[in-house]
Design a protein around this ligand. Sequence first.
Ligand code: PMP
Length: 356
Amino acid sequence: MKKIHNFSAGPAILPAEVLQKSAEAVLNFNNSNMSLLEVSHRGKDFVAVMEEARFLVKELLGLGDDYKVLFLGGGASTQFAMVPYNLLGSKGAAYVNTGVWAHKAIKEAKMIGNTKVIASSEDKNFNYIPKNYTVPTDVDYLHLTSNNTIYGTQIKHFPDSPVPMICDMSSDIFSRKVDANKFTLIYAGAQKNMGPAGATMVVVKESALGKTGREMLSMLDYRVHIKGESMYNTPPVFPIYVSMLTMKWLKDNGGVSWIEKINNEKAKLLYSEIDRNSLFTGTTAVEDRSNMNVTFLIKTEEMGIEFDKMTKEANISGIKGHRDVGGYRASLYNALPLESVQVLVDVMKAFEKKFA
Ligand code: PMP
């Protein structure tokens, strides 16, 4: 198979050994002579997978005992509604609007209760992270989006919030050290740093739940899923299995501090080239640049046609920018090796030589 340098924003590259083991489990799960896809989620083999996945989340995030880990369906987008449904009470919620995903979270919260946007970077097409805002003390929670997959910005310092802090970490979970215990709830769709699409991880402090006075629909109630150990309904078994393997891959290689160093190196390599190369420019404020999604523009549209040819020849895939930003977006998730970034940088250098 020819090696593809997969810079896709999600679903995204996974470690080769994880794909290999996943493929094996689809054919013969734990030597049962049955596929992982045809055994009961309540059988002891899959229950062990779920337990291991929960354990790995807690270990990788360094979470204390009061957190519960859930694996749910419905994507991170369902969490946009479940978070306010479970936590937004009479006081209301504060949101920071840093892009499309934050905006979608705000839209859902507004339908559930009093929702204030306390800071936004919409004035500059979300090319920076708002910083000088005060978190109100009289709200039920503050909601942040740690990394903006589309615009390529990332929160580098989380505020010391006087109210419970919630974070959508879909596109940078497990990519760098964060003090996860600062948050009351963290959620992330699996399909970037954790596994394939179809499972969403939620960690929540159980003590924060059940305070809104709202009568709850079962499937949208975190307490129901906690009680059912993510098996109140049939869980997305395959995405959970692959996520477990990916987290194990991360842990066995040295965990979050190991990958953070590599992620920093990858981002530095690419941003340095963007800043050096006369034919490309970055799209975001330098201090807020994402280490996961690197967004950049090319000098002219015509040049883009030539650059696309050259990247294709180098087996580079998935760098087309989101339609809201244009240009290019190279996603440097955990499983993307440094060598792939080097290949992209080499093409950018060769392109400049040819066309500058
Ligand atoms: N939040 C962020 C930061 C995302 O990047 C995405 C998807 N790219 C979502 C939420 C939505 O996730 P899903 O498609 O799993 O609902």
